[in-house]
Design a protein around this ligand. Structure first.
Ligand code: GLU
Length: 494
């Protein structure tokens, strides 16, 4: 590749399932390179596996990419001058290459069945022969092959890999990676029935879409010499490559369902903030320097460099993810965090859509209003590990009454506690301001009047109001419950 070529990168998912963590990380690196060098980020849908494709998968992949903030310049719903961006709509291009390959001889018909090839490969391995296995139809005269095809015999098209050639892959992470063509088998370019394969379509599209850098998972390194040889046969520019390291689960093996969730959607559903997950994914193999863990999208773009991606496997460290999430949640503005928790509050049925009242509602007694929710979020911010923990932790603040758990029930089940609560109920009822102004002084005063320690006031009060002995600050609870609900919860215990 010459340095003057514009930077054009692509993410090329197959819509056969949800977006995998590894795919999301690949997309992120592509996006970051495009954004850091002012290039284009292209989304190409590799949908030639018509049996396994689904609209639902495609939709969820697009949603996941959007959720991460990885906007694409060309592709589905964005268009662009190199479309269409679905491989099934590019068949004419592949057909032209097939016709050319057959007439130029770098594609040939192979009539061997899958079983025959399987036996051949097994025999080749058993005899520990070096180099590749040889396809039995490689040297069949073309006229004969055409006659057999015309007679209706089934065949695949194989790529005739040239012998004795060095294939050098320019990889920005690994440096030059050398292959001998003698080690690459004559791979299937077109299946029985005429559907071209991934390797065939991919190399053609990368050329037609003028892709400058192919950034993808290391597991594709075996495909790269095949694609490079095809590009050479077609006489088109070969892109640069960057094969990003595998993501390893906690067992040191390739990340899989054994050790945790592998679909990005699982993390979305579980309430991980998008910015935190973005940050964490960027760290799977990449680093800005040797000390910075938390960074924004802008900082990533500013510092992104393929050379800073490591060759070695990237550990998926869930503790680190949780730590990063906590950092993001604690540093979000209350308004931003409120927006971020709304979906989980809605799906828990705690808030309505649209919210109660409008944004001008400042009365904290309007439960579920924007102002009330922001007050709630401010009270809970320090206590949230993940966004969707809020509904469970805060449900007691939405309801009219509350049930006491064992410890709370015990805390109010004695004469002294009852005396305290009854005193407080009356005091609250007659208070002009609620919660009473100068809260700690006020509690101190009540404790003195009751002749008990502060703890003996706070504990039963907390138990009666929240139904547990944990949770946010008492003052926050009183504020969010309001006078009427606070008093009625105390009365309910009495
Ligand atoms: N469709 C391929 C995949 O999902 C794309 C690989 C590539 O980037 O070339 O693995």
């Amino acid at each position: 590749m010459t340095d003057t070529r514009p930077v054009r990168v692509r993410f090329a998912p197959s819509p056969t399932g949800r977006l995998h963590i590894g795919g999301a990380r690949t997309a992120l690196f592509n996006w970051a390179l495009a954004r850091s060098l002012g290039g284009a980020f292209i989304l190409r849908v590799e949908d030639t596996d018509t049996e396994r494709n689904s609209e639902e998968s495609l939709h969820s992949i697009l949603e996941s990419l959007r959720w991460l903030g990885l906007d694409w310049d060309e592709g589905p719903e964005a268009n662009g001058e190199f479309g269409p961006y679905f491989q099934t709509q590019r068949m004419a291009n592949y057909q032209a290459a097939i016709d050319r390959g057959l007439s130029e001889g770098w594609l040939y018909r192979c009539f061997a069945s899958a079983e025959e090839i399987g036996e051949l490969v097994a025999e080749h391995r058993a005899n520990k022969r070096s180099g590749r296995w040889e396809g039995p139809y490689r040297d069949l005269p073309v006229a004969e092959a055409e006659a057999r095809a015309a007679a209706g015999e089934e065949f695949v098209l194989r790529f005739r890999v040239p012998m004795g050639q060095d294939v050098v892959i320019k990889d920005h992470i690994r440096g030059d990676v050398n292959f001998r063509s003698d080690e690459v088998e004559d791979w299937v370019a077109v299946r029985t029935g005429g559907m071209p394969t991934y390797n065939f379509c991919c190399a053609i599209d990368d050329a037609d879409m003028q892709i400058s850098h192919v950034i993808r998972g290391e597991e594709h390194l075996v495909n790269t010499p095949k694609q490079v040889l095809l590009a050479e046969a077609l006489g088109v520019a070969v892109p640069d490559f960057a094969h990003v390291p595998l993501i390893l689960g906690e067992d040191g093996k390739k990340l899989s369902k054994r050790t945790g969730d592998t679909a990005l959607g699982d993390y979305i559903d579980k309430g991980y903030p998008a910015d935190a997950l973005f940050n964490f994914l960027a760290l799977l193999g990449f680093s800005i320097d040797d000390k910075t863990t938390v960074f924004s999208r802008e900082e990533l773009v500013q510092h992104f460099d393929l050379k800073r991606i490591s060759k070695g496997g990237a550990l998926f460290d869930i503790d680190k993810l949780h730590w990063i999430c906590g950092e993001y949640i604690r540093h979000m503005s209350v308004a931003h965090l409120t927006d971020a928790v709304l979906p989980s509050l809605r799906s828990a049925g705690l808030v309505s859509e649209p919210l109660v009242g409008d944004d001008s509602v400042t009365d904290l007694n309007v439960i579920g209003s924007r102002a009330w929710l922001e007050r709630l979020v401010a009270a809970m911010q320090e206590r949230l590990g993940l966004l969707n923990e809020l509904p469970e932790k805060a449900a007691f603040l939405f309801s009219e009454g509350v049930e006491l758990d064992k410890k709370a029930a015990k805390a109010v089940a004695n004469e002294q506690a009852i005396a305290v609560l009854s005193h407080l109920a009356t005091a609250f009822e007659s208070a002009d301001v609620f919660p009473p102004a100068d809260w700690s002084a006020w509690v101190n005063e009540q404790a003195a009047q009751l002749d008990v320690g502060m703890g003996k006031v706070m504990k039963p009060l907390r138990a009666a109001l929240s139904g547990t002995l944990g949770g946010p600050e008492l003052l926050d609870i009183l504020t969010l419950l309001g006078k009427q609900r606070s008093v009625s919860r105390i009365r309910a215990v009495l």
